[in-house]
Design a protein around this ligand. Sequence first.
Ligand SMILES: Cc1ncc(COP(=O)(O)O)c(C=O)c1O
Length: 405
Amino acid sequence: MTTRRTFLASAMAAGAAFGNSKTFPYQEFEQRIAKKDFRDMTKDVLPTPCMVVDLDLFEKNLKTMADYAKSAPIQLRPHVKVHKSLDIAKRQVALGAIGVTTATIAESELMSRGGIKGVLWTKQPASNNNIIRAVNLSKADPTFMFVVDDYGVLAKVDEAAAAAKTKCRIVVSVYAGLTRQGIANGQPAVDLAKRVLSTKNVSFEGWMAYSGGASHTKGWEARRQKSVEDLSGVNETVALAKKAGLPSGIVSGGSTGTYNMDHELGLTELECGSYVFMDSIYRAVGGKSNGEVYTDFENSLSIIATVDSKHHAGQATIDYGNKALIQTTDQVKGMPWMRLEKQGAEYGILRWNDGGGETKVGDRVEIYCSNLDMSTNCYDRYYIARGNQIVDVWPIMGRAGAAQR
Ligand SMILES: Cc1ncc(COP(=O)(O)O)c(C=O)c1O
């Protein structure tokens, strides 16, 4: 049987074997985390696979976007689905964001209940459950807004709001090149906005136009052209609404890929999300100054994995597998010659060609994930690091199940 003493001894031996300066038994480790006692806690002692945020790079990303928004000028209401972290949302607001955008009602509830004002839920509540939750949240937090692109949903929201004796703030979702949501631009959109205005228990707040096809278009000029095309109908709608005497409201949209073009294309606020961390797919879209790599924002998030086994030439097994959402498009930090392959639930393969560079059992590699939204949803917390030292831990919230996500 493993006693605390034998466990401690073997943990220390393991630490010595792999050259770690300090190794914590897991129980003490969790107690230290709970107390935010990070003395001597370095990346080397973290259980893997885990997510680590480079605080300097992360803060730089936040500042770059905040400074840009101020200078453009355009408002910033960053999307939180990418990080699902109240700690991060608060930092974004502290740097000038007017609120946050969310993908689900659960994210909206978490952010609003955590004290974030100006939450905009970018998906309409179609189920009764979501309608009730959106109405209840509107009652609890009058700064909360959500989108609608359908007359039936609007009618149900109005009915539920009347029953709850509250008023809901509605943003009309219009088509912006992505066929997943948004009413047709022009007269159909203006007619829906008019209906919102004449509906008793709701108010009209403006338009939501997310141009998701533009965000990852490769090359800055091609991306700008796509954004111009995607937003042209939206601009027609806004002009038509003005002509019809509708009050002007917000025009929300945009992404990390289009942040530095959309203020000229009619948006009043940006919903960018990925810029806080960046992922390998975003890095490949190219930027204004570098056509191949999108360098406006830094890779501030990595997944640390441990080499668990190595018996075959040119490959090693790591503990970052399918459950941790390994992707073949992920990249290994500082080792561009390494390729990643899926192997099993808790296994991934690192593969390299002769002469590239080796790894050995016990080594740690840092990996840039391919898609932040998907990956962050698989982890409980971010370990926040300055250099090698852990300085904080931020929980990743609302991942328990569909209704909680
Ligand atoms: C509604 C909405 N707004 C904005 C974004 C932009 O996010 P990002 O900056 O991560 O591309 C997304 C991303 O999928 C989205 O779904």
